[in-house]
Write a protein that binds this ligand. Structure first.
Ligand SMILES: Nc1ncnc2c1ncn2[C@@H]1O[C@H](COP(=O)(O)OP(=O)(O)OP(=O)(O)O)[C@@H](O)[C@H]1O
Length: 508
């Protein structure tokens, strides 16, 4: 069971991001597959299999014994056996269908429960408790009708099997009378043979009940085994190019005619011939209306998905040519809603950098402007932040996520609305400490092994005004590009319009 769980979990973790977006792969479903479904292995192997082996051996011994005592009698007894086997097979088939429906309703309930619990604040604020209970009830009610029919079918077949057993007994007793009457067997041998057979009846009956159970357990395991068989389309360890751990990418990024659609919405083009070249060490900002495809650019650079056309290059080489784990280690991503783990602040900051010293952790926290807050907590860096960091404010979570990325010392830094939860002053401190680390030097001549290219997505234009290049995106393509001053001076340009709205909003 442990081996299966480990193997399943490893396949799940290695799967490409797009796979997790398929309807059958929600958190609840996958948790059920890895934890509950696999427990069926125990049911099948240790609980049921031993009894099955016991039953089969007792049937075999009885067959040999009754044949030795009187072969004519044994033949008469076992002549009826094919009827039982046919009934048993039909019984097994009906049990398989029954088990599948049952497990589906169970999975839906698990999915609903995990979704409701992890989003309990949203559920409570929208007063959705009753609605969720109604859905849970529906998830259990839907297969109920089918299961009822299956139960009736199952019971009828069970009855037919028992009926056949009683007929066998009757026929066997008639045979005994005939054999004794014709002098082909003694009364003593007939009783012996009959009794040996009678003792195996419970074993055979038990086998009939157990086989459907085992088949049901195997049916429940089917989806988990399907996961085990699947091939990941973006394999983290391929190609197996050996990069020296000390090797670092310089930080040049290029998108060449990239077109892309998300697997779940294959017909909607999100990027359409998107091209952009970023020099190593440049500070680039991506701005544009919501849904323009800015975050998608990050997802493609991290190779969460593959473009349908075009290439993504890092230091002039297609990213498919790099070992993915090695590449990702050098790219730091901070998202708008950073995910913290239910661990201490120290463990959250050193996540992925477990060897970092206390001094390095404190240094990273100081640069992310969160050290003062952490020091004020009674447990300091040992404070556990709760599920998904629920015991912290949005801005605190963002700063811890920034500290975590600072500690990683990435060659390419991706900030996706990473400071949106911070007040203006806090944001200024964080951004200037990132710049002070030598991240985002605009002069290519200064590029060294410690230079970091930064790409920032922000709706608040004050966050990106200092960038070397501002790239304005609309509907998956670049529509304007240049420095803040150059873009603002373009009358009726997309950026200058956005800027006027931003300034007006700030004044109001
Ligand atoms: N996983 C996904 N599956 C399907 N469609 C998606 C997925 N993620 C994003 N999209 C769609 O892709 C489009 C671009 O999304 P993206 O997040 O890149 O936009 P954005 O410019 O970053 O927007 P925002 O500024 O609101 O964050 C949107 O229309 C969005 O609905």
């Amino acid at each position: 069971m442990n081996n299966l769980r480990e193997a399943l979990f490893s396949v799940v973790l290695r799967s490409e991001v797009g796979w997790f977006e398929e309807p059958g792969n929600s958190v609840g479903f996958l948790t059920a597959r890895v934890v509950s479904d696999t427990s069926m292995i125990k049911t099948v192997i240790s609980d049921r299999m031993s009894v099955i082996v016991q039953c089969i051996s007792s049937i075999l011994i009885a067959t040999v014994l009754s044949t030795a005592v009187n072969w004519r009698m044994a033949l008469a007894v076992y002549a009826m056996m094919p009827c039982h086997l046919i009934a048993g097979l039909v019984q097994v088939r009906s049990a398989k269908g029954f088990a599948t429906d049952n497990s589906t309703s169970h999975q839906k309930l698990i999915s609903l429960t995990s979704e409701a619990v992890s989003n309990i604040r949203t559920v409570a604020s929208f007063v959705q408790e009753e609605e969720i209970l109604r859905k849970a009830d529906l998830a259990l009610q839907e297969p109920m009708q089918t299961i009822r029919m299956e139960i009736i079918k199952y019971g009828a077949l069970q009855g037919a099997a028992l009926c056949l057993w009683h007929m066998t007994h009757a026929i066997q007793l008639s045979c005994s009378i005939a054999l004794i009457g014709n002098g082909l067997a003694t009364f003593e041998n007939c009783v012996r043979s009959y009794q040996t057979f009678a003792l195996t009846v419970p074993s055979i009956t038990e086998l009939w009940t157990l086989i459907p159970m085992v088949m049901s357990a195997l049916a429940v395991l089917d989806p988990a085994l399907d996961i085990l068989d699947r091939e990941t389309t973006i394999v983290p360890d391929v190609p197996k190019v050996s990069h020296d751990e000390e090797d670092r990418i310089v930080g040049g990024v290029a998108f060449e005619g990239v077109s892309f659609s998300y697997p779940s919405r294959a017909k909607v083009a999100i990027l359409d011939g998107f091209s952009l070249a970023i020099e190593p060490g440049q500070r680039v900002a991506l701005v544009g209306p919501s849904g323009a495809g800015k975050s998608t650019v990050f997802a493609l650079l991290l190779r969460f998905y593959e473009p349908s056309q075009g290439r993504v290059l890092v230091d002039g080489k297609d990213i498919r040519g790099y070992n993915l784990k090695w590449l990702r280690r050098q790219i730091g991503l901070v998202q708008q809603e950073p995910i913290l783990f239910n661990l201490s602040i120290r463990e959250n900051i050193s996540y992925g950098n477990e060897g970092a010293s206390e001094a390095e952790i404190v240094q990273a926290a100081t640069e992310a402007n969160i050290h003062e807050f952490i020091s004020g907590l009674s447990a300091g860096y040992g404070t556990v932040v709760g599920d998904k960091g629920s015991q912290l404010s949005g801005g605190q979570k963002q700063r811890i996520a920034i500290a975590r990325t600072i500690l990683k010392k990435p060659a390419i830094l991706l900030l996706d609305e990473a400071t949106s939860g911070l007040d203006g002053e806090s944001e200024r401190v964080v951004m200037s400490s990132l710049a002070a680390k030598g991240w985002g030097k605009s002069s290519i001549g200064e590029v060294s092994s410690s230079t970091t290219t930064s790409i920032t997505i922000a709706h608040r234009l004050s966050t990106v005004a200092n960038a070397d290049v501002i790239v304005v995106m609309e509907k998956g393509a670049v529509v304007e590009m240049g420095s803040h001053e150059a873009l603002v001076s373009v009358s009726n340009g997309v950026y200058s319009r956005m800027y006027r709205v931003h300034v007006k909003g700030a004044k109001d």
